[in-house]
Design a protein around this ligand. Structure first.
Ligand code: PMP
Length: 285
């Protein structure tokens, strides 16, 4: 069945949705994006996603194509038109179409593209088994706090993981983990503390990360926000990832080494449950 997608003011069947070959997203990856998960037809933690979109746009001196309320209205309309119960809404803003030139054009109108994707989020089978990750060099640019659509390095990392028989890759700067290819990375040390890299230019400020750290604090689990090494990860009691589309997923193997018992650990399982509970209660319909 064809989806209805949103392109610059119009709702169209996906086969009719078009963007200019001069769009700077296409030519320069000059754009930013957000992914909000949808559970029971409701957007999860969407306001924070849209606030982060504002920060990405500001960092690139890009105009917002619509205000937050208008974007949220379009997201709800896409959920309605596509009868989406569970999955995600992807939204992308690019600087728009202009003659190819590295300098930002003075005149271009930003482009706004949004579409829905159906996906099993609550019953993701990987939540029960956990995932395997490998570590790879973090070869991305140095402003990973901006949610840029330039995603070739994470695509390469993900493919390296697949070729190695793993599910995902954790990226490494020196000997310290930055984050996953499309998620934030955490370990639980032998004292039961959660360790995850601190915010800054090195990683994306995950919206799920923020909620999970709030839940951890409320549950009395200590969190250390600092870089951790590959050796610490290999020796961890538990490990997990977070993102809007995966929520919390346990990591049971890193570089072929079994983490903990090789099954999802109690901290990751508990945080996943708490996050789902909280998300459903506080989501906007
Ligand atoms: N880091 C990176 C590099 C990501 O691509 C993502 C997901 N887009 C995340 C972290 C997780 O962010 P969020 O929880 O906001 O989905």
């Amino acid at each position: 069945m064809s989806r209805t997608v949103y392109v610059n003011g119009s709702y169209l069947p996906e086969s009719e949705a078009k963007i200019s070959v001069f769009d700077r997203g296409f030519l320069f990856a000059d754009g930013v994006y957000e992914v909000t998960s949808v559970i029971q037809g409701k957007l999860i933690d969407n306001r924070r996603h849209l606030q982060r979109l504002g920060r990405s746009l500001d960092a690139l001196e890009m105009h917002a194509p619509a205000d937050i309320d208008e974007i949220e209205r379009i997201q709800h309309e896409l959920i309605r038109r596509n009868s989406l119960d569970e999955g995600l809404i992807y939204l992308q803003v690019t600087r728009g179409a202009a003659d190819r030139d590295f300098s930002y054009p003075a005149q271009a109108e930003p482009s706004l593209v949004m579409f829905s994707q159906s996906k099993e989020i609550l019953r993701n089978p990987l939540a029960a088994t956990g995932i395997k990750v490998i570590t790879v060099a973090d070869i991305r640019w140095l402003r990973r706090d901006i949610k840029s659509i330039g995603l070739l390095a994470p695509c390469m990392a993900k493919m390296a993981a697949k070729k190695a028989g793993a599910d995902d890759a954790w990226m490494v700067d020196g000997d310290r983990i930055t984050e996953g290819s499309s998620n934030n990375a955490y370990i639980v040390d032998h004292e039961g503390n959660i360790v995850t890299r601190q915010l800054g230019h090195d990683i994306l400020s995950g919206i799920t990360r923020r909620a999970i750290l709030e839940l951890a604090a409320a549950t009395g689990i200590d969190v250390q926000e600092r870089p951790f090494t590959i050796d610490e990860a290999h020796a961890a009691r538990e490990a997990f990832i977070t993102s809007a589309s995966t929520l919390v997923l346990p990591v049971v193997e890193i570089d072929g080494r079994t983490i903990g018992e090789g099954t999802p650990g109690p901290v990751a399982k508990r945080l996943r449950e708490l996050y789902i509970e909280m998300a459903i209660q506080s989501s906007s319909s």
